[in-house]
Design a binder for this molecule. Structure first.
Ligand code: ADE
Ligand code: ZN
Length: 349
């Protein structure tokens, strides 16, 4: 077990900033900043129902998940060409580099685009080209996870998976996102079984707003490897025990939970309690352009609000690396870099 030395509290923000980390829950369409939405709208001749960047940004006041999703899908309407998808992902990777992200697993929502007549080749082509360039130009390891929109039918999800198969080599897994309540994981049993057969990784949003029962069925019916969000598990002691025993990673997104009113204030967030209970918790940004911060901002604000320490910083970064779907050799190297980073900090004290 790696020993983490205490670090003076005033140096913790710098440690959080520079420690190597993985981001496992980022919807790439949720990284579209208002400036880029307007630039792409102009480039593509799309008319937006907002006068300017400021008017759009001032609409970012959400009361729940659905109020956000309505705006998020509207923002994605400016994406038409392969280059648009590339530019969106590249802007994210530049932010990720500044946050010392060594590994990023990007969710994308093909149905949001194919329903508007945008070809799957444009979507996956642009995103996967950006992932390749992230590796060669920024030394960020990046892969794609195709998400099904759970407010649509399972037949639509099955057709989407089939349509994406010519690009099978360009995504590593499938996920489940969009409006949670009323759309339980078991609605997607067949498409997830198919994904398993294809050797894809499988994850699902569960317990963001939905009940613990959705986390149980994501585990038991969909047989997911990670739970996205999962914060509602706190209301079910048996589930908490199972998640701790099985070390199922949870990709928690504190600023998202705050902006979507899952918690009234960040100080009320249960991330500290879940860590305390021995769950494999990670910190992620979800939709950073909409929720007020990229990955480091999530770490910084959460640590300040919950008064977390260096030991917990190490645990969260280590969890993110270990819970990633990267090759074992890469994980091993990043864990070594993480330890060196913490050692360097303790030696300066
Ligand atoms: N799609 C983008 N962000 C999401 C979230 N936080 N929950 C569900 N679906 C999403
Ligand atoms: Zn999400």
């Amino acid at each position: 077990m790696f020993k983490v030395h205490a670090i003076a509290p005033h140096r913790l923000p710098e440690l959080l900033r520079v420690m190597p980390k993985a981001e496992l829950h980022i919807h790439i369409e949720g990284s579209l900043e208002p400036e880029l939405i307007f630039a792409l709208a102009q480039r593509n001749g799309v008319t937006l129902p907002y006068a300017d960047v400021e008017a759009l940004r001032s609409a970012y006041a959400f009361s729940n998940l659905q109020s956000f999703l309505d705006l998020y899908y509207a923002g994605a309407s400016v994406l038409l060409h392969e280059q648009d998808f590339y530019d969106m992902a590249w802007a994210y990777f530049e932010k990720a580099k500044a946050d010392h992200v060594v590994r990023a697993e990007l969710f994308f929502d093909p149905q949001t685009h194919t329903a508007r007549g945008v070809g799957m080749d444009k979507v996956i082509g642009g995103l996967s080209r950006a992932c390749r360039d992230a590796q060669t130009q920024l030394n960020i390891s990046a892969d794609l996870i195709l998400c099904f929109l759970r407010h649509l039918s399972e037949d639509d999800a099955l057709a989407t998976l089939q349509e994406a198969l010519p690009w099978r080599e360009h995504f590593i897994g499938v996920g489940l996102d969009s409006s949670e309540v009323g759309h339980p994981p078991e609605k997607f049993a067949r498409v997830f079984a198919r994904a398993h057969e294809l050797g894809l990784h499988v994850v699902a949003h569960a317990g963001e707003e939905g009940p613990p029962a959705y986390i149980w069925s994501a585990l038991d019916v969909l047989k997911v490897e990670r739970i996205d969000h999962g914060v509602q598990a706190i209301h079910d002691a048996a589930l908490m025990k199972r998640l701790a025993d099985e070390q199922t990673p949870l990709t928690v997104c504190p600023l998202s939970n705050l902006k979507l009113c899952v918690f009234k204030q960040l100080a009320d967030h249960n991330l500290g309690q879940m860590l305390e209970a021995g769950l494999c918790v990670t910190i992620n940004s979800d939709d950073p352009a909409y929720f007020g911060g990229y990955l480091n901002e999530n770490y910084l604000q959460t640590f300040a609000a919950l008064q977390l320490n260096a030991q917990q910083a190490y645990k969260l970064a280590a969890n993110s690396i270990e819970a990633s779907f990267a090759p074992e050799a890469d994980k091993h190297r990043w864990m070594h870099e993480l330890k060196l980073c913490f050692q360097g900090f303790s030696e300066q004290d």
